[in-house]
Design a protein. Structure first.
Length: 340
């Protein structure tokens, strides 16, 4: 038994998903905008699973944005077959969302969802807008890849080496290499099953964590040099501007890891990283090292996410974004009256 969850409930939902898949001639699978290792790994594993179980179905894997797969994830088996949603004209029988349960996170693929007859979801983000016909949304799961792994074992009893590799990448990245608060027993049990099925932790680590461009390391040095703390060291913050990206030649899409530098500050509980993105906007990554829920602040900023890892995008420059978000972070401490 891989998980400590309500098996009967999850099994029943898995069977509903299977029923939807059986009834669909064409299926589009899509993960969230700005895809990370969980989004891509879970999507690719799910595509392979559906194709292996139902070879006659027409299955397409979509990218929500008009962008390439981020460089560090291009090694994932099948990554080269993903199609940008803006270039896909089909109207599938079934639209399968993985690692998201909020249509707004589909970017260009939202139009494909709207053209689809039915939808299914596998996700681990808190969700309050159920739009799907069948799905499993379990915020206690460390990664969407945990649930996809359990679905694969439920429906077919086996995992191929390539599915396992994709899913291990999903787990390793969403748990910060099994270092974040979400790295629970279920995550380790699933990871163990994936390694037994042929997944290679060292290969994931090599591509994702040991293949930084020199420019990225130089940018990291700049970001580290700017780390500032507030609230007696409890809040740590840094940023990168468009000029930094231009000077180092680093694509914005490759900067997901920079917030992890900020969270390294001893004694910090909340890490904030801001970066300028195209269209005069600023993207914020928030992380909590304690049990303080920073997704509340992300939602107030128009974004969302998990209690310990959330994000948002706002119009304006770094100073403007900081002037709005910093008081909200400080208010978390004021609201709780330093109870903790
Ligand atoms: P990141 O900071 O790495 O972009 O995102 C952290 C977590 O929050 C991820 O699980 C991501 O899917 C979620 N997240 C990030 N930005 C948004 C957003 O704008 N809206 C919602 N609903 N979730 C977000
Ligand atoms: Mn995820």
């Amino acid at each position: 038994m891989l998980c400590g969850v309500d098996h009967d409930c999850q099994s029943a939902s898995f069977d509903e998903i299977t029923h939807l898949l059986e009834g669909a001639g064409s299926v589009a699978v899509c993960a969230h905008t700005s895809p990370d290792g969980d989004a891509l790994g879970s999507e690719l594993a799910l595509i392979e699973l559906i194709e292996s179980l139902w070879p006659d179905k027409e299955v397409v894997g979509l990218l929500a944005d008009d962008e390439d797969v981020p460089r560090i994830y291009q090694f994932l088996p099948g990554a080269d077959r993903l199609v940008r949603a803006c270039e896909y004209a089909g109207s599938p029988d079934l639209f399968f969302c993985v690692d998201l349960s909020s249509p707004g996170r589909l970017a260009d693929a939202q139009a494909v969802l709207e053209r689809s007859a039915r939808s299914a979801v596998i996700d681990h983000h808190p969700s309050n807008e159920r739009f799907w016909n069948a799905g499993v949304v379990r915020p206690d799961a460390a990664a969407a890849g945990v649930i996809v792994s359990e679905y694969a074992l439920h429906v077919s009893g086996g995992l191929t080496q390539t599915m396992a590799q994709n899913l291990l990448c999903a787990l390793m990245t969403d748990t910060g290499r099994f270092q974040y608060q979400n790295a629970n027993g279920e995550a380790f049990r699933v990871a163990s099953a994936l390694v037994d099925a042929g997944a290679s932790p060292s290969e994931v680590a090599l591509h994702v964590y040991q293949s930084d461009r020199l420019g990225y390391l130089h940018l990291s040095a700049t970001v580290m040099g700017r780390i500032t703390t507030f609230e007696r060291g409890k809040i740590a913050y840094s940023y990168a501007t468009s000029a930094d990206f231009a000077a180092t030649g680093v694509p914005v899409a490759e900067c997901d890891g920079l917030v992890d530098l900020v969270r390294r500050v001893d004694g910090s509980e909340i890490a904030l990283f801001l970066k300028e993105v195209s269209g005069g906007k600023v993207r914020g990554n928030l992380r909590a090292k304690s049990d303080r829920d920073i997704s509340v602040v992300a939602r107030e900023m128009g974004g969302g996410g998990h209690p310990a890892a959330a994000g948002f995008t706002v119009e304006g420059d770094i100073d403007q974004a900081l002037s709005v978000v910093l008081p909200k972070l400080r208010a978390l401490y004021a609201r709780e009256g330093e109870a903790r």
